[in-house]
Design a protein around this ligand. Structure first.
Ligand code: HEM
Length: 228
């Protein structure tokens, strides 16, 4: 609550002068480091990046990712005018068309996935508050624009691709991912959020890493089928 001091209205706690909490972008980055490390270390990711997953396994994974991005991009349409979520929503970085092109290349697979069901349900619930959706948006798209860029190069090498099949990692509208990410972080940091709200977004980011980890864990159960 704002306090009246000497007749003037003091600034609310959402303002950093009284509130030394880190900017949202820094909070999310540092606050989810352990979860990020766990995601990087998942055995499915390690096997994939070591070139030990076959094409059928990668196609399976793309099919699951498609469901995730379909839910993300449906939610983004719903929240297009939301005062918080609209700060990050950008049709230019949407991945569904790229995923469809890749799925076509690899051969589509529709596989039942309780881990993906849980993730999609959580994305759908996140439309109840723009801040929650931001957590979902940040964790996937900023990841795709970061480590995802290196992952795309490794997939290209390991599967000996000549450009087709890795549209997911290539953002035609973003020639310089670093500049895009800097601007994205600046938009996050300009949001008028209180400390509790920022913590709620961080908690959701951690949950989103966990849901991605759930998909990796599920993929791991297929390793004997997809090894090469
Ligand atoms: C083997 C797997 C992965 C590798 C090698 C990897 C690597 C990286 C690297 C090197 C960065 C830092 C880039 C920079 O400083 O700009 C980064 C950032 C990030 N990664 Fe990953 N990553 C992996 C998996 C994931 C997964 C599964 C997710 C989430 C689903 C994810 C989400 C993120 C996010 C959100 C950032 C941005 C952090 C920030 O700057 O706020 N990463 N990743």
């Amino acid at each position: 609550m704002p306090k009246i001091l000497g007749g003037s209205l003091e600034r609310d706690t959402t303002v950093t002068a009284e509130n030394p909490a880190p900017a949202l972008s820094a909070l999310l980055r540092t606050g989810s480091q352990a979860e990020h490390t766990a995601a990087e270390g998942s055995s499915f990711m390690s096997e994939l990046l070591a070139g030990r997953i076959n094409a059928a396994g990668y196609a399976h994974f793309l099919g699951l990712l498609r469901r995730v991005y379909e839910a993300l991009e449906d939610a983004a349409r719903e929240l297009r005018d939301d005062p918080l979520a609209s700060a990050v929503i950008d049709p230019a970085i949407e991945r569904l068309a790229a995923l469809d092109a890749d799925i076509e290349h690899w051969g589509a697979t529709v596989v039942a996935s309780p881990a993906t069901d849980a993730y999609v349900a959580r994305i759908q619930q996140s439309t109840s508050w723009g801040g929650l959706f931001i957590a979902h948006h940040y964790t996937r798209y900023l990841g795709d624009l970061s480590g995802g860029q290196a992952i795309g190069r490794i997939i290209t090498r390991e599967f000996d691709l000549d450009g087709a099949g890795v549209a997911f990692y290539s953002f035609d509208a973003v020639p310089k991912p670093k500049l895009y990410k800097d601007a994205y972080r600046a938009r996050l940091d300009a949001l008028p959020l209180g400390a509790d709200e920022r913590e709620r977004i961080l908690a959701e980011v951690k949950a989103v890493f966990g849901l991605n980890g759930g998909i990796f864990a599920e993929m791991t159960t297929y390793l004997d089928q997809y090894g090469r």
